[in-house]
Design a protein around this ligand. Sequence first.
Ligand code: SAH
Ligand code: MG
Length: 219
Amino acid sequence: MGAGENIVNPALVAALQTLTPTHDPFLKSLEAYAAEHRVPILQPESAQLLELLTAMKKPKHVLEIGTAIGYSAVRMAIAMGEGKITTIEKSPEMLELAKTTFENAKTNVVFEQLEGDAAEVLKHLKPSDLYDLVFIDAAKSHYKTYFDLVTPMLAPGALVISDNVLFRGLIADDQPVDKRFKTIAKNLKAYLAYLMAHEDFITSLVPIGDGFAVSLSRK
Ligand code: SAH
Ligand code: MG
């Protein structure tokens, strides 16, 4: 079962995906690589929403946590046209793959790749750099840590988008949660409660793909 199908009914997920085909051959090749090598990139319908939100926000500087092969970064770059994307990844293998992706992407956006554990890398970012859009898509148990580290580096009215927050539907109380997923589900539930109660952000939880949280800074 693909992610999303335990969140929205499988037939509807299939319909959404049929209605959201990827035409760009370069993006298609990234999707094919990810499917073959089981890299958990955004599902097409989530990628489409990310592109839309990016186009609406028109960010100059994006921060991404969790690069993988660079698919979501390229989708944001397409919506930006120009500007800069700083993206963090801990896997050396993924870093290399993303480097090739960014070299082959036809865009004027500048990509900056940072290697290491996201929480550590975030602690060492230049505090003078401000981000208009942050996309969180890495270690699910640490989203609150990432969010709190990123908050002081947000430009006014910044958008923070967190992926996989509904985690295969496992944050719902009726779902039996496999032992190995218990901590993630518990931490994600706590993160969502924290986000919704955060007075400096207006947040909406969107059951698309594996679940988006879209948070707009009121400051
Ligand atoms: N955003 C990508 C998918 C990211 S998958 C896309 O949609 O195209 C999640 C990635 O986060 C993986 O490549 C994984 O190696 C990386 N990751 C997981 N934990 C991390 C951590 N603690 N620090 C940095 N990267 C991490
Ligand atoms: Mg994800």
